[in-house]
Design a protein around this ligand. Structure first.
Ligand code: HPA
Length: 264
């Protein structure tokens, strides 16, 4: 089964048929997800911020979300998010297929594996390899689909994840850019890490809604971000409609063996 995680502005699975809301129990809490079909393919849709954007980035129960997806049989995830650009050539309106991240979060549970304190059965110490955190096979599919339907695609990019919920200062933006970041957002960490710990393929397409703070003289607002996401909703849905049926059945990546050699 495949999953779509909808970020800011993407709250309902418009592209799915036969949608049923499912309540899923996890060791981290209850999760609601919408299960449906796209061209006979089973797809679950999860709005990351809740149905009415009621959960801010730093309060999202990432572990419950990812555990829930794994427990209902999800093997591959395509996620969307809104980001600010840290680099002039990455213009608002483009779609960045994320390839790496820099973690600047501060107080989020980042792992399922907490040794003897773990809420899951597995009590081992686990150090997962995240050299390539995003699934290379899914990334290829997303890039090809985006190009096919004529979106302005950026085939790779380093995502800086901040704690939020505030936007960045101008000095932070200069630092992030200098450190090699391409775009900035508040949600991809720990989502991508937790998917990997559960050996699910994870890819993410980041819609650039704005240049990051301090790059222009205008104040950056959340309303502006949501307005732009609303305007681009159709394109994102079109992209997902093309991506899901294009995913090859066979997993040629190594995501399925992410835990191999990771336990101490
Ligand atoms: N910063 C952080 N998160 C964001 C931004 C930004 O500029 N734009 C959209 N999400």
């Amino acid at each position: 089964m495949y999953a779509i995680i909808g970020g800011s502005g993407i709250y309902n699975p418009g592209m799915l048929n036969e949608v049923l809301m499912r309540k899923i129990n996890t060791p981290f809490g209850i999760v609601h997800a919408m299960c449906g079909k796209l061209n006979d393919i089973s797809v679950v849709f999860m709005p990351r911020h809740g149905v009415n954007h009621s959960v801010p980035p730093h309060m999202i129960n990432y572990r419950a979300n990812m555990w829930a997806l794994k427990s209902i049989g999800v093997t591959r995830i395509v996620s969307t998010s809104a980001v600010g650009s840290l680099k002039e050539p990455i213009t608002p309106g483009s779609y960045v297929v994320l390839s790496d991240f820099l973690d600047f979060t501060k107080r989020r549970p980042l792992t399922f594996y907490e040794g003897t304190n773990s809420l899951v059965e597995e009590k081992d110490v686990v150090h997962i390899d995240v050299t390539n955190p995003y699934c290379p096979q899914l990334r290829e599919v997303v890039i090809r689909s985006g190009n096919r339907i004529g979106l302005s695609m950026v085939p790779k990019g380093v995502y800086v994840c901040t704690e939020g919920p505030r936007f960045e200062t101008a000095a932070e933006v200069r630092m992030f850019s200098g450190l090699g970041g391409d775009v900035v957002g508040m949600t991809n960490v720990p989502e991508v890490i937790l998917a990997r710990e559960l050996e699910m393929c994870y890819s993410s397409v980041a819609m650039v809604t704005n240049y990051a703070a301090g790059t222009s003289s205008e104040k950056l607002t959340h309303t502006e971000v949501l307005d732009i996401m609303e305007k681009n909703k159709e394109s994102i849905n079109k992209l997902l409609l093309d991506v899901i049926p294009s995913i090859p059945l066979e997993r040629t990546c190594k995501c399925e063996q992410a835990l191999l050699g990771a336990k101490g």
